[in-house]
Design a protein around this ligand. Structure first.
Ligand SMILES: C[S@@+](CC[C@H](N)C(=O)[O-])C[C@H]1O[C@@H](n2cnc3c(N)ncnc32)[C@H](O)[C@@H]1O
Length: 210
């Protein structure tokens, strides 16, 4: 929070922006306090998405807008398909998410709390198919920033964390945690390739005036 406040000041935004710490299931705001609200990959961490949307609806003034980008399972996700479920669970396990919603669920939940859906789009559909969003996660991206995801990068990471643990420089379970996170990396790439998951489902809605 202190760093955010500092950065706001540095950017000359401190007269317009105030950083407030809070839980989105208990937001410290009055009814109808805001003209607009947004979230980016944040509500995904809530065990109850609809409850967060209810709060957003409450704190918006009539006519106020709410938009965001959500991680979602797409229409191609089939909960009856064990392979699909395995990929979904792999993402959830390594990123500590309880249940990734479908795009359909997000649309329905937003409307159920009383918001009017203005626009939705899986922005991934706009991406160049030659360079899909999950490319860095496959280890085949030549960008040195993603070296860690390549086979040699993973091998080196595994050896380093194991050695660090043995030398008591790293906490125990570091190797295990790295393995779980890498499991999510693989599940993200796999589900991205299968088209059953999107990291960029855009939605925009409005609180009706009556
Ligand atoms: C994946 S990060 C996204 C951060 C930022 N929106 C971005 O795109 O860089 C998830 C965010 O959700 C926030 N978050 C998780 N649980 C929350 C809660 N119960 N109430 C409010 N924010 C929460 C975390 O603090 C974190 O900033």
């Amino acid at each position: 929070m202190a760093q955010g406040t500092r950065l706001n000041r540095k950017a000359g935004m401190d007269r317009h922006c105030r950083i407030i710490w809070g839980h989105y299931l208990q937001p410290p705001f009055h009814d109808g306090e805001f003209d607009a609200a947004y979230e980016v990959e944040a509500i995904i961490h809530s065990p109850d998405h609809r409850a967060v949307y209810e709060h957003v609806h409450r704190v918006l003034r009539p006519g106020g807008v709410f938009g965001g980008y959500a991680w979602c399972m797409t229409n191609r996700y089939d909960p009856g398909n064990p392979e699909h479920r395995r990929m979904k669970r792999g993402i959830e396990r390594g990123t500590a998410l309880s249940d990734i919603p479908t795009t359909r669920f997000v649309d329905k939940a937003l409307q159920e709390v009383g918001l009017e859906l203005l626009e939705t789009q899986d922005r991934i559909e706009l991406c160049d198919p030659e360079t899909p969003w999950y490319l860095p996660l496959t280890g085949r991206d030549r960008d040195p920033r993603y070296l860690l995801f390549s086979k040699p990068g993973r091998f080196a990471l595994d050896r380093l964390t194991a050695a660090g643990e043995r030398a008591r420089l790293l906490p125990t379970s570091t190797t295990k945690i790295t393995e779980v996170v890498m499991g999510a990396v693989d599940a993200l790439a796999e589900s991205g390739r299968a088209g059953i998951f999107t990291p960029s489902y855009f939605y925009l809605c409005r609180k009706p005036t009556r």
